[in-house]
Design a protein. Structure first.
Length: 176
């Protein structure tokens, strides 16, 4: 087995990425404090052809050196938009028949591995603040609450890790 060189990976160029069919997933970053987390989520969204990222509340926006440090250029490939109020955004997306999935620990949350996607459905995934998580008012109006099962002593995962896990899981389910 030989490790591949970057030139052998056959990745899309920027123009090809912009023209490609996107995965019917939208990511909403709600009040994310860490610019490195924001950049990391951009990079994950690029990897899985995510439709769009919405940056809400205090979430920083590109261009910023700390976002660019982890995004590695993906702020240029992935469509994104800043929206101040997350609730307004969610209501707008729901009016477009996009299912809102808050990623949070809550009673009646569905374990990620048990969450079933519907064919021809589009989903928006809400990832919340590193300390407080997804706010209760966002959870209240979400169509689904999805929880990543955890079995150790800690109560949460880093937001960029959570995004990677959930995006990968839903990507594989949508592409099946």
């Amino acid at each position: 087995m030989r490790k591949l060189k970057n030139s052998e990976l056959e990745r899309l160029n920027l123009a090809e990425f912009k023209q490609s069919n996107k995965t019917p997933l939208i990511v909403i970053l709600d009040n994310i404090r860490s610019l490195n987390n924001v950049g990391s989520v951009f990079r994950t969204c690029d990897a899985f052809l995510i439709q769009k990222i919405y940056l809400c509340g205090i979430t920083a926006q590109p261009p910023h050196k700390d976002i660019n440090k982890t995004a590695l250029g993906s702020t240029e490939s992935v469509d994104w938009e800043y929206v101040e109020n997350t609730i307004d955004l969610i209501e707008e997306l729901q009016s477009q028949n996009i299912e809102i999935c808050s990623i949070e620990q809550a009673d009646k949350a569905v374990a990620l591995h048990e969450f079933q996607v519907e064919n021809n459905a589009a989903y928006a995934l809400v990832f919340g603040n590193e300390v407080k998580g997804v706010s209760q008012n966002v959870v209240d109006i979400s169509d689904h609450v999805i929880e990543i099962p955890q079995y150790g002593t800690k109560h949460s995962l880093n937001i960029s890790v959570s995004a990677g896990i959930v995006i990968w899981d839903l990507f594989t389910k949508l592409k099946a």
